[in-house]
Design a protein around this ligand. Structure first.
Ligand code: PMV
Length: 335
């Protein structure tokens, strides 16, 4: 009897082709959600309660090489990772789904992150997307991006969105089989759109996003309003992107992120990823906006802030925030 994840992978790969490469290789960009994914309706298949929308980080992401091997060995930026670490155990469990399909008892996985490790950006999204692409290259499945996004989703929900560049929507879907929950790209380029990474802390997360989501769904009364709120925000953000309305997009994205954090603060026990510096910077950003600068923020499961602004204002933003890492999602090498 196949378990539910194996059955799902079986469904996706049933008509796939087969090749005979010795090594698979791929790159995937990281992404930041403008309308957040928070809460699962199915833990095994990583099916979300709500749809989400992200912007890709272009050349910032993960490059992965994968080879068949007698046992699993994982390297991150050329360093062997401890096989008993949570990272390795999670990766091995994910690879269990593909061993038969790749005719590999184990995998040697070499991973290089081009996301500055000091920037406080999550790498699981680009990590699982690059791994799925590299497995597709190794085994010669030639799957389309839609199917690959569903495979990456099993590793980490937000990875579903890292199969594309630019703006990406991950559809929540309604079916229990998980085959209608996939990501697709919005056909829009917005070269003015810039992201600033404001890193405020290096500390490890107090609680993983997986556990935090579950606790929020189970115990936060405020969460009852979240799926509808997120669905409305997604539509409004999509329209403001299509219309090129930066301030509307930015305001909805900021409110969406702050609502997600307010929802988890009402979980029992409360979950609070912010540190005092997070609040100080939020106030500063809101004050700059009151003084006429079109700048907005978003925050994931951590204390660090991502600024959203336009290229024409970059010189002002750089002056206001020291050591800001600026990402140009539609720049020369991106999107
Ligand atoms: O994909 P996960 O399980 O790491 O969860 C991502 C959660 C957020 O980053 C907070 C929101 C999102 O949509 O990326």
């Amino acid at each position: 009897m196949l378990n539910i994840q194996h059955q799902f992978v079986e469904n996706i790969l049933c008509n796939a082709s087969h090749g005979a490469k010795e090594q698979g290789r791929a790159f995937a960009s990281s992404n930041i959600a403008l309308c957040k994914y928070w809460g699962k309706r199915d833990q095994e298949l990583n099916l979300p309660m709500n749809g989400s929308l992200s912007i890709s980080l272009g050349s910032k992401g993960t490059l992965t090489e994968v080879q068949r091997s007698s046992l699993d060995r994982f390297f991150l930026n050329d360093q062997l990772i401890d096989p008993s670490s949570t990272f390795s155990l999670r990766l091995s469990r994910f690879l269990d789904l593909f061993r038969n399909k790749c005719r590999a008892p184990g995998f040697k996985v070499l991973t290089y992150n081009t996301i500055p490790t000091a920037a406080g950006l999550a790498s699981s999204a680009s990590g699982y997307a690059a791994l799925v692409l590299a497995l597709d290259d190794l085994a010669g499945w030639q799957l389309n991006r839609k199917k690959l996004s569903m495979l990456a989703r099993i590793g980490s929900g937000s990875a579903a969105r890292s199969l594309y560049s630019g703006f990406v929507v991950w559809h929540a879907g309604i079916n229990q089989d998980g085959l209608d929950s996939y990501a697709e790209q919005l056909d829009v380029k917005w070269p003015e759109f810039q992201i600033g990474i404001l890193k405020l802390s290096n500390n490890k997360k107090p609680i993983s996003s997986r556990s935090a989501m579950q606790r929020t769904v189970n115990t936060s009364k405020r969460y009852r309003k979240w799926p509808k709120r997120a669905a409305d925000d997604l539509e409004k953000i999509k329209i403001s992107i299509l219309e090129g309305n930066f301030s509307r997009m930015g305001q909805i994205a900021e409110d969406n992120a702050l609502e997600m954090h307010a929802t988890m603060r009402e979980a029992v026990p409360s979950i609070d990823y912010f540190i005092s510096e997070t609040w100080i910077q939020i106030k500063k950003i809101q004050k700059l906006r009151n003084n006429g600068l079109s700048i907005y923020l978003t925050i994931d499961a951590g204390p660090n802030i991502k600024l959203l602004f336009q290229r024409k204002d970059a010189h002002i933003v750089i002056k206001e925030f020291d050591s800001l890492e600026i990402i140009d999602p539609f720049g020369d090498n991106n999107a």
